[in-house]
Ligand binder design. Structure first.
Ligand code: HAM
Length: 425
């Protein structure tokens, strides 16, 4: 029997990778222009780190982590379900955020959650995470929301994504609100779905996220968390909304947005899209000023977000399809009757003098011109570079455009190839 990949963990095949690379390149370019620095953390951390940061009673920690002990049974490790905890751990460990040092960091990589796989939900998935440390005011959130807006604009999917925001205040706000919510919901106990009944005891805020229609109906008249905000949180939230409007970032307020991780305070946000089905969140984040204290006993103002790259790709492909665009700089070397070694040598010379082109060659010996042209077509080359007996004798090369019949085939001195290709691209 064949051994397939583990359920919910996907191979990304060569025919899909070009979209990944395109999106990753755009994202990294925007991050660079906003002056965020990359950080790479291990994918494995001590389980405690996640339990303490994300919260013991959250779904992620209580049901979704890939957790195992070391061979001696002395330590418990978990594959990272998200990047924020590891990022803060690394910053504390390497003194990057002590003494109020500002940091603007990003990471990209695999995350692992033991969830039931479906469209847009996998057990291994990829996130881009962005974290800003030691910026107290709303500017941290605003810069990140601008950054994401910029990514969506460049990908031309801004219209397909909605930004939702809310404020969940501080610890006291949430405690008071939890109490009020439970009091409101208790009389409806028997009408709630079993999951929500369970959450009444352990994690009542998550009931707001329920996908069950009847539960949502009951919630229509529930108290709103924003009614419980203290003066400071309210001022922060008002400032955020005002600045978003000034910055021309569209948003809607969602009083039921509370997020599935415990470390947030004040601002929370999520980007959702109708192109995704039930797993409709492309990304989310918010402020988490208390996590530095939990992880490193350090008072650190922090704000961040992560986007699920699979979901970003799904939204992009829903609009533009997955077709590979023709690379104008993709060339194919076609040689007559030469041995493979000479072909490889000619290709090496071309790669040397034309550093900006992608050059393919036919790896099969002694194929005729026609068959080589067919191969050039199949790989999607835009240009054929032909070296026959004449070209070899004259130290020249012929350039033929395979996708543009209006451009004339031309024979030029070999060492002018780069200049010529630049002129026509
Ligand atoms: P999160 O909302 O748990 O936040 O995840 C962020 C995004 O990761 C989601 O919106 C979704 O696009 C993607 N995602 C989550 N689970 C899966 C899955 N099973 N399959 C595919 N995609 C998934 C966080 O992880 C926080 N660390 C974000 C953050 C950073 N907050 C502050 N800084």
């Amino acid at each position: 029997m064949n051994i397939d990949a583990v359920k919910g963990m996907n191979d990304i095949l060569p025919k899909q990778i070009h979209i990944w690379q395109k999106i990753e390149t755009i994202v990294k370019d925007v991050l660079m222009r906003f002056c965020f620095d990359e950080i790479r953390m291990p994918i494995l951390e001590y389980t405690n780190l996640f339990a303490r940061s994300i919260g013991e009673v959250t779904d992620i920690v209580s049901k979704e982590m890939f957790t195992f002990e070391d061979r001696l049974g002395k330590a418990s490790y978990s594959l990272r379900p998200e990047g924020t905890a590891g990022c803060v751990r690394a910053c504390v460990q390497h003194s990057l955020i002590a003494n109020n040092q500002q940091q603007k960091l990003w990471y990209m990589g695999s995350m692992f959650r033991y969830e039931r796989p479906q469209k847009g939900r996998y057990r291994q998935f990829h996130q881009l995470g962005v974290e800003t440390f030691n910026v107290a005011g709303v500017n941290a959130e605003l810069e990140q929301l601008l950054l994401m807006q910029n990514i969506l604009q460049i990908l031309n999917i801004e219209e397909n994504v909605t930004l939702k925001i809310n404020s969940i205040g501080n610890f006291a706000t949430r405690n008071n609100y939890k109490q009020a919510l439970v009091e409101y919901l208790m009389p409806y106990h028997d009408e709630l779905d079993p999951d929500s009944q369970n959450r009444l005891k352990h994690n009542p805020l998550r009931i707001l996220d329920s996908k069950i229609e009847k539960t949502q109906e009951i919630l229509l008249n529930a108290p709103k968390i924003t009614e419980f905000l203290g003066a400071e949180s309210l001022a922060h939230y008002m400032q955020l909304k005002q600045s978003l409007t000034q910055l021309n970032i569209k948003f809607i307020e969602d009083h039921k947005l509370v997020r599935g991780l415990d470390y947030y305070n004040d601002t929370v946000f999520e980007w959702v899209s109708n192109d995704l089905g039930s797993q409709n969140a492309i990304g989310g984040g918010g402020r988490y000023d208390g996590l530095g204290t939990i992880i490193g006993n350090m008072d650190v103002k922090a704000s961040g977000f992560a986007i699920g790259l699979e979901r970003l790709l799904l939204v992009y492909m829903a609009k533009f399809g997955g077709e590979k665009l023709l690379d104008q700089n993709h060339a194919y070397l076609i040689c007559s009757g030469e041995s493979d070694t000479i072909k490889l040598l000619l290709a090496a010379k071309i790669r040397n003098i034309c550093p900006n082109i992608k050059l393919d060659i036919c790896m099969q010996d002694a194929l005729g011109f026609k068959a080589q042209f067919k191969k050039a077509d199949k790989v999607g080359a835009a240009v054929a570079l032909i070296i026959g007996a004449d070209e070899l004798a004259n130290n020249s090369i012929t350039v033929k455009f395979l996708r543009d019949s209006e451009k004339q085939q031309i024979t030029i001195p070999f060492n002018e190839l780069n200049k010529h290709l630049q002129e026509i691209q």
